[in-house]
Design a protein around this ligand. Structure first.
Ligand SMILES: C[S@@+](CC[C@H](N)C(=O)[O-])C[C@H]1O[C@@H](n2cnc3c(N)ncnc32)[C@H](O)[C@@H]1O
Length: 388
């Protein structure tokens, strides 16, 4: 069944037989993934706002020709869905993201399960009852966490910092995944403090459960864990020389103006893990705060940012590289902005030509903190191809 709206094969100057085959595959894909049944376990090890359902990068990768030595890049990799799907198909992958929680999730999902992860988790749990770590100075902590929870989270973070380096990402991800559960925050998508029946003793219980779930999800990956790199960086100051080879396929979903708030979603996770969410907010493309200040950002800011991203992509792209963008519309001060059109225009300036475009329905379960965004029900899948 094909349910995508207005699937169009855009005119391309050189459409040979292979191109037609690719187009046929893209055009016959059900981009709403209505009949989706598979959810890979690694997808649900940690929440992430606006993450891809894995079928999306999977469908793109299954339609595009690639060789085992193709490098797949996601310049806004978030929780690493593109990287995991590339890895599942034997591709080398590289992801960049500004958000340290995103990078943590992406790293753990694509790295081998550390041999002593279970042992380290047990050691951390052992230490929890017998320590009295200092609670870090975190703004507004009392509003979001009960005293007993603060004390146990401080113990947890200290015990994790004493674990072997090779196990720390595993342990931090398990800890990060329980922060909102043990806080007073209503839910991952509702940033309001409520009276929840949580206490310090829930920290150890939930951490143990999270470690078990993560362990099983990582252990059950039944494919080769081909080399994957995750770079924590603002893409706008990404060092292009950092790549050893050229990128054959880009698959990404960029942050767009005034839509999701990645820094806010992970604010207290970042504080507890020792990062500064306010520094992330400053550099986060599209963050709401940039649209409600003096000299606020506009759609033009997004055009400049995406032009810079395409300049970088152009620099690292192999000849005729594919660039696949999944992007929704934004509302900025009441005006709807067609971000897909912006991407198409800046891509054209960088020599990337349109190959395929379709609208896909976004499930209403994909919520954000920003309600003005909640009315936008479709997003565009845009596939472009670079120059020779
Ligand atoms: C739509 S999300 C990507 C989600 C991803 N596809 C997934 O499956 O999890 C966009 C990402 O852009 C990141 N981002 C925002 N500003 C950035 C910047 N200046 N440099 C790099 N990444 C940035 C956000 O942290 C967020 O993870």
């Amino acid at each position: 069944m094909r349910t995508s709206l207005h699937a169009t094969s855009l005119e391309s100057p050189k459409v040979d037989v292979t191109d037609q085959e690719i187009l046929r595959k893209l055009e016959t894909t059900d981009w709403s993934f209505e009949s989706r049944i598979i959810q890979h376990e690694v997808e649900s090890v940690h929440p992430y706002p606006a993450k891809f359902i894995s079928d999306l990068p999977a469908a793109i990768l299954d339609a595009l020709p690639s060789r085992p030595n193709t490098l797949l890049m996601d310049p806004f990799c978030g929780s690493g869905t593109t990287l995991a799907e590339g890895q599942r198909r034997g591709l080398q992958t590289i992801g960049v993201d500004l958000n340290p929680v995103a990078c943590l999730i992406a790293r753990v999902k694509t790295a081998p399960l550390p041999k002593s992860a279970a042992q380290s988790a047990a050691m951390v749990l052992d230490k929890l009852g017998n320590s009295a770590a200092l609670v870090p100075l975190i703004p507004n902590l009392g509003h979001w966490f009960k005293g007993s929870v603060q004390a146990q989270l401080a113990n947890l973070m200290q015990a994790i910092s004493e674990a072997p380096a090779a196990d720390q990402d595993f342990l931090k991800l398990a800890a990060s995944s329980i922060i909102v559960r043990v806080s007073n925050q209503d839910s991952d998508t509702r940033y309001a403090a409520v009276d929840k029946p949580v206490t310090g003793s829930d920290v150890a219980k939930l951490f143990e459960r999270a470690c078990n779930k993560l362990y099983e999800a990582l252990e059950r990956r039944d494919y080769d864990l081909v080399n994957s790199r995750v770079i924590e960086s603002d893409i706008l100051s990404f060092d292009c020389e950092d790549l050893e080879k050229k990128v054959g396929i880009f698959i990404t979903s960029p942050p767009y103006p005034n839509a999701y708030e990645y820094w806010l979603y992970h604010k207290y996770r970042m504080w507890w893990l020792g990062h500064d969410p306010l520094a992330v907010k400053q550099k986060e493309i599209g963050a709401r705060a940039h649209f409600f200040k003096k000299n606020h950002h506009t759609a033009d800011t997004f055009i400049e940012q995406m032009s810079a991203v395409f300049e970088i992509m152009n620099f690292v792209a192999a000849p005729k590289a594919w660039a696949c963008f999944v992007v929704g519309r934004s509302k900025i001060h009441g005006l709807i902005v067609d971000n897909a059109k912006i991407i198409e225009d800046v891509a054209a300036q960088a020599g990337f030509e349109p190959f395929f475009r379709t609208e896909r329905v976004v499930k209403s379960s994909r919520k954000s903190f920003n309600l003005s965004h909640a009315n936008i029900k479709t997003e565009t899948v845009l596939i472009l191809r670079g120059a020779q």
